[in-house]
Design a protein around this ligand. Structure first.
Ligand code: ADP
Ligand code: MG
Ligand code: ZN
Length: 552
């Protein structure tokens, strides 16, 4: 019975025009469409079209949609299965279903076979750990056998999708199998605008041009699916208010709801708790205002939503290259909620736990995957999801570096907010009074005169500092008795001076248009300079390490 229900077949009505913001992917796939429509043209010239195309990119970027559009444009049947369906199946069922699928597909050629979440069956054997899953492997083998069995006259194109290309078994990516790889990335601003235009169809907006442009601008980091969701939530919001058209306010509400969940009117909070949350969010927001490379908040709120008690919504910028300074500022802003609580009430509440998690993961990312810590070095910590055999000392220094980076960010956040206390108070009090502040209001409130104080000009990773024997102690303001109610007219508490100066960063990462240069002068090592494209930079560090090992 389970074998019968194997693959779904449909004749999609989706066209390339329904997929926006990924023109390069569309261009690549247009060739597949031509092949499916008119294969003889290629065969006459001896061209062998790829039988396998792999679409990779973050979730919700339109991979499934693109695959359907290929079938839709070519007017051929679309068979689809998901790799995850093959997990946890009875022995022998997986391969049998695969065989069945490909037999059916061959009979209905020309057609598309779409394998979603191919990483579920095509994971690299080493990453699967000991033993492995025989059923998974034989399902994968069955698929490869079927693909290898295609002759050049078989007009079946297999399209697979994954968000973990790095996890896939090399056997899958061999020539003759999935040898075409098409990246479907998160859309940039123009892409987001194009996607919004597609989904705004049939949803009347009060001021379509201005509002969609504005939304595209402030929705950095959103996928196509997120954007579609935002517009849908906005339409629901407008209908609820019985409006004839969707207004800007509905779009902002839609964005908040899509990203953080619905507003929780029922969540009862005491006055003291509201205060803590207001100062916490004001801390994040103010720190972002003061950090030059950080995106500014477009809205902050202390109305509870989903899991969050308060929220600052940042208009993320489309950034491909992360500098150490930018990562530092992200951590400063992340820790600023805690810092504001500490400065104002003398203690940190559990509401700030999530920020700690975020700052820690940024620091770990910087040390473990970006090779930004000269103390730890350009070591590869993880490959294909599996940790490399690291020396105990390396592992310890990684942990120490993470602690140091987060501590420094916290200290910087404390300094920054202490130097701008009047703004912090004004912002928090405005939040308490209005519950929600828009960009214009944030600007007005934080425009109070104050001593200019920028975040430390140190980079995330000062390097030529002697190795620390012990983790640097965190300098917190002396724990004073908790003061749940802070009177705005009180004198600001003195903050202890920073310990030690941080020296310059010898590993400079300079971003120029489309290229990255990594230079690491070290006394005892030859100078290594790479000039590569941005995306390849990490791969090259890896290659360089391998080379050094071979040479030495
Ligand atoms: P993926 O397969 O990459 O996870 P999907 O193709 O399932 O993403 O996308 C989910 C939905 O999000 C689509 O049905 C579509 O409504 C919307 N969407 C995603 N990306 C795009 C895009 N580039 N253009 C238009 N709509 C998109
Ligand atoms: Mg999908
Ligand atoms: Zn926070």
């Amino acid at each position: 019975g389970r074998m019968r229900e194997s693959a779904r077949v449909e004749a999609p009505a989706v066209r390339f025009a329904d997929v926006a913001g990924c023109d390069e992917a569309v261009e690549e796939l247009a060739e597949v469409v031509t092949f499916l429509k008119d294969g003889s043209r290629f065969r006459r010239l001896g061209a062998r079209m790829p039988h396998g195309v792999i679409l990779h990119g973050p979730p919700g970027t339109g991979k499934t949609l693109l695959a359907k559009a290929v079938a839709g444009e070519a007017g051929v049947p679309f068979f689809s299965v998901s790799g995850s369906e093959f997990v946890e199946m009875y022995v022998g069922v997986g391969p049998a279903r695969m065989r069945d699928l490909f037999q059916k597909a061959k009979k209905s050629a020309p057609c598309i076979v779409f394998v979603d979440e191919i990483d579920a069956i095509g994971r690299a054997r080493s990453a699967a750990g000991m033993g492995g899953n025989d059923e998974r492997e034989s399902t994968l083998n069955q698929m490869l056998v079927a693909m290898d069995g295609f002759s050049s006259s078989d007009e079946v194109v297999v399209i697979a999708a994954t968000n973990r290309l790095d996890m896939l078994d090399k056997a899958l990516l061999r020539p003759g199998r999935f040898d075409r790889r098409v990246e479907v990335g998160l859309p940039r601003e123009e892409g987001r605008l194009a996607i919004l235009r597609v989904h705004a169809h049939g949803r009347p907006l009060a001021d379509p041009e201005a509002d969609l442009g504005r939304l595209a601008h402030v929705s950095g980091g959103c996928s196509g699916a997120d954007l579609a969701n935002i517009l849908n939530e906005a339409a629901i919001q407008a209908a609820r208010h019985d409006r004839d058209a969707i207004v800007w306010d509905d779009l902002v509400e839609g964005q908040l709801k899509a990203l953080a969940g619905p507003e929780k009117k029922a969540k009862v909070m005491s006055g003291a708790e509201r205060r803590v949350i207001a100062y916490h969010e004001a801390g994040h927001c103010l720190a972002a205002e003061l950090c030059p490379t950080h995106a500014k908040a477009s809205r902050i709120t202390i109305l509870a939503r989903g899991q969050a008690l308060g929220l600052a919504l940042y208009g993320q910028t489309d950034q491909l290259l992360l500098s150490p300074q930018h990562l530092h500022e992200r951590m400063v802003v992340g820790m600023a909620g805690r810092a504001a609580e500490q400065l104002t009430f003398g203690q940190v509440t559990s509401g700030a736990a999530n920020d700690l998690e975020q700052a820690n993961s940024i620091a770990r990312h910087a040390v473990e995957t970006l090779g930004f810590s000269p103390r730890v070095g350009q070591i590869l910590v993880r490959q294909r999801g599996a940790e490399m055999g690291l020396a105990e000392a390396t592992r310890r220094s990684i942990d120490e570096e993470v602690v140091r980076l987060v501590d420094e960010a916290y200290r910087d956040a404390l300094d920054l907010l202490a130097a701008h206390r009047p703004q912090l108070v004004a912002l928090a009090e405005a939040l308490l009074a209005r519950e929600q502040l828009e960009r214009a209001q944030i600007e007005r409130v934080t425009a109070l005169p104050s001593a200019p104080r920028q975040p430390a000009d140190h980079q995330v990773l000062p390097t030529d500092r002697p190795p620390v024997a012990e983790p640097v102690p965190v300098l917190l303001p002396a724990p004073s008795a908790p003061r749940p109610e802070w009177a705005p007219d009180e004198e600001p508490e003195p903050v202890p001076a920073r310990r030690g100066r941080l020296r310059r960063l010898p590993a400079t990462v300079t971003a120029a248009a489309g290229s990255v240069r990594i230079r690491r002068p070290r006394a005892r090592r030859p100078q290594v300079t790479f000039v590569t494209d941005a995306v390849g930079a990490f791969r090259d560090i890896r290659a360089a390490r391998r080379g050094r090992r071979l040479a030495g």
